[in-house]
Design a protein around this ligand. Structure first.
Ligand SMILES: Cc1cc2nc3c(=O)[nH]c(=O)nc-3n(C[C@H](O)[C@H](O)[C@H](O)COP(=O)(O)OP(=O)(O)OC[C@H]3O[C@@H](n4cnc5c(N)ncnc54)[C@H](O)[C@@H]3O)c2cc1C
Length: 302
């Protein structure tokens, strides 16, 4: 097994992840929460329809959950998970800083990403040079010039992956937001980094031919990967063969215990589908936390 082993590892520090942590730790198991409070969709929201609190901002709600969890013994690490694999009956999670941690049980509580670049011709050229998934499409761009647009761990990891395929890789980012170790790996690589820049135009005929940046730089390329946000639950889960809901194929399917089709792997909150509400997220988080703790104890024979 790799470096540090936890009974329960939770991906996501939003309402679902925090509530899962609070309930899991009360069962006397070791709990690690990965992810960033400020990246929760609750962080900038003003929540008025969640019972038992009044006038709290989303950030206040999250800070309250964080305090409760950490004072009960939950460990937090402000890092994204970049890969998730099953190993020796447990789960190995690669972190953006380069370390690996192992969890006997894992809860996916990474919310949903609704991020598009919002450029005029973006939708028109999906599949003809515009992609949102390096793991799916990198192979189509062997020996070509590509760009990744994004500033978070998934964007930088994607650019590093593309170096294995493409002739040259550009990374366009207004403000880098990753762990120092990942930033160093990127800066020491062959990635051409356009720091402080954003894309203003897609040049295309029948397929994408290039992009223009806000300082007028024109990059000729055949592929642009839009990777805004951390690696999504569905991408990470797909690597493990997690079943999605049969109706939309967009969300993680779970049973009433919030368990996925993979033993020991649970999911809670927005990633399990609508309604996207704090009340639903904390309810599912509670169930997932209790069930994951019980599973980890069974695995330990405790
Ligand atoms: C503008 C706005 C207003 C809203 N208003 C309301 C409202 O009034 N009432 C209401 O009930 N709901 C509201 N919502 C919805 C509510 O915010 C969500 O339902 C809730 O935040 C879902 O919680 P979650 O824990 O599932 O996901 P999120 O809160 O989105 O948390 C996701 C977490 O996952 C982490 N993460 C993502 N990827 C990774 C990775 N690869 N590795 C590790 N961690 C990762 C993030 O860092 C974050 O901590 C609003 C949402 C928005 C955007």
């Amino acid at each position: 097994m790799s470096e540090q082993v936890y009974d329960v590892i939770i991906l996501g520090a939003g309402p679902a992840g925090l509530q899962a942590a609070i309930h899991a730790v009360r069962r006397k198991v070791s709990v690690l929460v990965l992810g960033k409070l400020r990246k929760s969709s609750t962080f900038k929201a003003h929540i008025e329809n969640y019972c038992c609190v009044d006038g709290d901002t989303g950030a206040d709600l999250l800070r309250g959950g964080y305090e409760k969890a950490s004072s009960a013994g939950v460990e937090f690490r402000e890092e994204d998970v970049t890969a998730l694999t099953e190993k020796d009956g447990a789960f190995a999670l690669a972190l953006e800083g380069g370390r690996t941690v192992t969890g006997r049980a894992v809860i996916l509580a990474m919310g949903i990403s609704r991020n598009k670049l919002g450029l005029k011709r973006e939708g028109e050229f999906i599949g003809r040079g515009v992609s949102y998934c390096v793991d799916c499409d990198a192979g189509f761009y062997r020996d070509q010039t590509v760009a990744v647009i994004g500033c978070e761990s998934a964007a930088v990891s994607s650019a590093l992956t593309l170096l294995l395929y493409a002739k040259s890789v550009h990374l366009v980012c207004e403000r880098l937001d990753v762990a120092a170790e990942l930033a160093d790996r990127m800066r020491q690589s062959d990635i051409i980094f356009h720091e402080g820049r954003r894309v203003t135009e897609i040049i295309a005929d029948r397929a994408v031919q290039g992009i223009v940046l806000d300082d007028g730089t024109r990059i000729e390329l055949t592929g642009m990967f839009i990777v805004l946000g951390a690696k999504g639950a569905v991408d990470l889960a797909a690597e493990l063969g997690v079943a999605l809901d049969a109706e939309t194929m967009k969300y993680i399917a779970t049973d009433k215990k919030q368990e996925t089709n993979i033993a020991g792997l649970y999911a809670a909150g927005d990633i399990c589908g609508p309604p996207w509400q704090v009340a639903k997220a904390v309810g599912e988080g509670c169930v997932a936390g209790l069930e994951a703790a019980a599973y980890a104890k069974r695995m330990k024979g405790a």
